[in-house]
Each structure stands twice: as structure tokens, then as C-alpha cells.
Design a protein around this ligand. Sequence first.
Ligand code: SAH
Ligand code: SF4
Length: 393
Amino acid sequence: MTAPQAPITQDVLTIPRKLPEGGKANLVGLTRDQLRTALIAAGTPEKQAKMRVGQVWQWIYHWGVRDFAVMTNLAKDYRALLADHFVVEVPEVVTRQISADGTRKYLMRIAGGHEIEVVYIPEETRGTLCISSQVGCTLTCSFCHTGTQKLVRNLTAAEIVGQVMVARDDLGEWPVPGEPKNETRLISNVVLMGMGEPLYNFDNVRDAMKVVMDGEGISLSRRRITLSTSGIVPEIAKTAEEIGCLLAVSFHATTDEVRDRLVPVNKKWNIETLLAALRDYPRLSNSERITFEYVMLKDVNDSDADAKRLVKLIQGIPAKINLIPFNEWPGAPYQRSDWERIEAFADIIYKAGYASPIRTPRGEDIMAACGQLKSATERARKSRAEIAAEAGL
Ligand code: SAH
Ligand code: SF4
């Protein structure tokens, strides 16, 4: 068996995004402190700064306004000053596809011409927006389409918050002045489960989530945000302390031998190290339980013995196990486990006392399901043989 060639470290191609001379700074994605600094630097008197931050924040994140001219509780001169120095800029929608099941997939373009995917999943009791944290991903998990994309760059906080703002635009979710407040939230949950490894872009993800959680704007509670990681151990405690959102972990295997092949970062932080970090998470973040994601791959990780080992490994951790039937993509070196197998696996976990929901694939007809995200321009760069070689098959 050939050892996987895939890089397991942060190997991000950094593309300089210096503003053109005289370019205007984007206010989106700044924390309140950063916004204050920016407004003062542009000439806002310090004494007014706190009030101005509050006003501008409310226009951008409560009302969804992008044009300074519309910010009518600000004096005309001050609006002109803002317009001279700043923009309120979000990603541009390139395409929007709507699945037969109502799932929406957006391809959005960001600075440098890069593209990211964002998925909106409506359900009866909630609406979940699945956002991306990077263009592509450096981690090359062998079952994941995003991991085959060669170009990777970290998204800025603006680009991460911007995905939520653009989806709200499309769903018509910003409040309308003078109209009664709409209590049903179309986007009630945000999951960082799109393209990229969020914990390899920690600072930007944290700042973006701070903006999304802020009570005077988009105002999503930290319990409605789930960050999914492949297991970047040193960042897990920081996630609890600095973001405090719910955590999902891409577990996917019950032995290091198999996990090394599926999630190559396991060679850096193995199952035991990962579990130790996870044990501390609920206490540090004051949250109830961790979601263990487990992709069901036929004859690879789906035996009864795997299910029993899994239950043993996570003993003592408040957990729910989310079984994800493998979503195929062109050239994928795996197959989805049979339905009876998935049910038998779920049953063992359930009988051990854990919730074991099987995730219904959504938006399959538009390639919007988990692990299928990859911008069209980058698609199919690696051959089936390359992927199989990297998976050690
Ligand atoms: N990089 C992060 C978040 C994005 S992936 C992570 O790996 O956790 C979101 C989830 O989809 C992860 O659990 C990932 O392992 C899973 N996934 C990736 N490719 C998949 C595929 N083809 N079918 C089903 N799930 C997949
Ligand atoms: Fe990256 Fe997550 Fe895909 Fe692995 S599963 S390659 S970490 S996006």
C-alpha cells in the first residue's frame, strides 16, 4: 500500500490582496473594535465613535443596507465622509441553483476571481446555511471532493460574514422598516461545513462569527452555529474559549490505520490526542454535546466492529453521532454503504445510548451535498488514479 502523498499541514497559497492605491476599505467583517478604529482613522471624532459604530453597525447588519446614502440618521456630511473612505462589500453571486427538495446552492465570486460555494437547506423546523471558510482545502481527505481542489486560500472575515448576508438578500430576510418583525427565521442555523478547514483560518472565522452572533445585527445565538473540524487539536480549546459555538468533528474511523487514510491530518493528531481535546470541549464552551460526523464508506469503516469500537472510544463524552451516507462525486474512490448496513451501524450506537441520526442527503441533484462542494472552474483537476493513490488504495 502506498503511503498517502497528501500534505497534512497548512499549505495555503497566499494571494496578495492589497487594496489598489486610493482603494476603499470594506467595513464588512470588522469587529466592533476594528470598526471603531477604522471610523476614527477616517476622521470620526473620538467622542462620537461609540455612537457611530452603533449606527453604522445597525445599518449594515440589522437592516442589510450597503449604500451610505440610505443611512438617513447620519448627517449628510458624515455619509459623504463614509462613502469617501469605505465600501460595504459582499461576495457576488455567480450562479444559484435550486434543488427539487428546495436546497439552494450558490456559487459566489470573491476578490481575485476565486469562487466559493454556499448551501441553504430549508427544513420544517429550521433553515441551515452551510458556509465556507476557505477556497478549497489543504487537507485532502480522500473521500472529499473539496480536498481535490488544488488552489487554496483563506477567506477574509468579510468574505465569511458576506456569505450570510448574500443568502439573506436572496431569501429576502432583512427586516423592512415600518413592517412588523418577522419572527420566523429563514436562516436559523449556520454551519461551517462548506469548503475548507475552519480551524486553519481561525482568526477570520472567529471574527466573522462574532459579527454573526452580535445581538444588534444578524443575532444568531452561539448554540445555532456549528463549526466542523477534521481535528486540528491545538485550536479546539481556543474555539471553545473564543467562539463558544457548537463543535462537530469529522471522526470517520475507529482505528488510526483507517483514519490516517481517510483524514490524513490524523497522522499529526491521532485519535487519542483528538479525543483528549474533545473531552474538554463541552466544559470549556459550556455546551451540551459534540457531534461526531461519520461518513459511511462501504467495506471501509462500516462494520459492526467499527460501531462497537466507536461507542467505546467516545465513552464519557456527551455526544451525538451523525452518520453521513457517502455522497459520491465524479472519480470518487469509494462507494456509499448499503442502507441496511447503515441502519445496523446506527442501531448499535443507538443501543449504546447515543443519538445516531442518519443524515438525509440534500440537494444531490445539484451536487450540493456534504463533501461535494468544489467550484466548477477547479473541478476534476485530479484524476481518479491520483486520488486513489493518495488514498492508499
Ligand atoms: N473541513 C471541515 C468542514 C467541512 S466538511 C471538516 O472536515 O470537518 C463537512 C463534513 O462533510 C465533514 O464531516 C466531512 O468529512 C464530510 N464529507 C466530506 N466529503 C464527503 C462526502 N463525499 N460524502 C459525505 N460526507 C463528506
Ligand atoms: Fe478539507 Fe473537511 Fe474536505 Fe477534509 S473533509 S478535505 S478537512 S473540507
